[in-house]
Write a protein of this length. Structure first.
Length: 131
């Protein structure tokens, strides 16, 4: 009887973990965490990218956008003049995604190139604003 319950419990935990991985509240969150939008389109341009194994933002920037030393991509940091002499605006963020240019106009040269529709970029930006 007891072992049955343990089996049932572990099954439920397994079910919960395997499902919770795939549930995203917003399109922006899905893009950030998986590199795919909710329609399942992969947004990393593999032909143009040098780095082909990191296919989403989370892989490098971490769950909250601040895993890298000294670089946080939470939008409140990107748009803060204390961190960026030329703070990111919405349109400078879109330019970064489209042309790999930082807010100061320098080439970012990170090795990952994206092809995102305007709504996908907007959703991703809205997500960075929640971090
Ligand atoms: C392969 C790892 C990698 C992936 C994947 C990645 N980044 Fe980055 N990102 C970096 C590195 C490294 C830097 C720092 C570059 C520098 O300072 O020159 C950076 C910097 C940035 C910056 C700030 C640039 C600046 O002006 O300092 C933004 C904004 C950014 N990333 C957004 C994103 C978003 C959004 C995604 C997902 C769509 C993403 N990154 C995916 C590695 C990555």
């Amino acid at each position: 009887m007891k072992t049955d319950r343990i089996y049932l419990l572990s099954f439920l935990i397994f079910l919960f973990l395997s499902c919770s991985k795939q549930i995203f509240r917003t399109n922006g969150e899905a893009i950030y965490q998986t590199g795919k939008n909710l329609q399942g389109e992969k947004l990393l341009d593999k032909n143009a990218s040098r780095i082909k194994i990191a296919t989403n933002c989370k892989a490098c920037h971490g769950k909250n956008g601040d895993r890298m030393n000294g670089i946080s991509i939470r939008f409140r940091v990107l748009s803060n003049p204390n961190y960026y002499p030329i703070p990111y605006t919405d349109s400078l963020f879109f330019r970064f995604i489209d042309h790999d240019l930082k807010s100061n106009g320098q080439k970012a040269n990170i090795g990952v190139i994206w092809k995102m529709s305007d709504p996908d970029k907007r959703d991703l930006l809205d997500y960075l604003k929640t971090l």
